[in-house]
Design a protein around this ligand. Structure first.
Ligand SMILES: CC(C)(COP(=O)(O)OP(=O)(O)OC[C@H]1O[C@@H](n2cnc3c(N)ncnc32)[C@H](O)[C@@H]1OP(=O)(O)O)[C@@H](O)C(=O)NCCC(=O)NCCS
Length: 191
């Protein structure tokens, strides 16, 4: 079944709870979304609530993929909060529920983010990736390229430092008529 995507869904108490549980399940299955397993709802909820507040109050955006009525895929468009970096943004918390991984939902989520990134006038998308999990292959398949890495920047446990890999997708090549820049100006598809 293909996912149904919604940008900035209403963050009802039920949806918040489902996303927190998704985040916990993904982490406890070995996912690299800001925590190291094992985690509980109590660990994740405060970080999730800060994330939700930055979506509700701005400037971040939340993309949710629903399988039937339930969220199984999530990512956050994190604004750089710096006017010299307003033309691109960072994708954070890219996750698919472990029960539904391996079915193409991750690729669909990232392609929807790419489509929306262009529509929102962004000129590039950036993802930081925890080394040692092979995740960069997932992003490379989507056209992202490695533009650098911070050696041993992530201490996931004492004696277990991982590189932070910087991945980058240029969006300027695929601009469409009607797209706008991040400051609202129409773009010339020919440029
Ligand atoms: C990474 C993630 C979002 C991919 O979602 P998914 O639905 O499992 O991925 P898809 O089914 O769309 O897989 C697409 C391709 O990427 C590859 N891929 C998926 N997860 C991968 C991983 N962890 N490492 C390397 N390649 C991966 C798949 O093998 C597949 O390629 P193939 O068709 O050639 O076999 C998902 O595995 C996930 O949520 N992981 C845990 C959270 C996480 O670590 N997120 C990354 C934050 S930087």
């Amino acid at each position: 079944m293909s996912l149904h995507f919604v940008l900035d869904p209403e963050l009802t108490p039920e949806l918040r709870e489902e996303i927190v549980r998704l985040w916990v399940d993904v982490t406890n299955a070995g996912g690299a979304v800001g925590f190291v397993a094992p985690v509980t709802v109590a660990d994740v909820r405060p970080v999730a609530e800060t994330t939700f507040a930055d979506v509700v109050d701005g400037p971040d955006r939340l993309l949710v993929g629903y399988d039937d009525a339930h969220p199984v895929a999530v990512l956050v468009f994190a604004d750089n909060r710096f006017h010299l970096k307003a033309h691109w943004c960072v994708l954070k918390r890219v996750m698919v529920h472990p029960d539904t991984q391996g079915r193409g939902h991750g690729l669909a989520l990232m392609r929807e983010a790419e489509r929306l990134g262009r529509k929102l006038g962004r000129e590039a998308l950036h993802v930081t990736v925890r080394g040692g999990l092979g995740l960069e292959r997932f992003y490379t398949r989507l056209g992202y390229r490695e533009v650098g890495r911070l050696p041993g920047a992530l201490r996931v446990a004492p004696g277990d430092d991982r590189d932070e890999i910087l991945m980058w997708l240029d969006l300027t090549a695929g601009r469409q008529p009607g797209d706008v820049t991040s400051d609202g100006r129409p773009v010339n598809p020919a440029t």
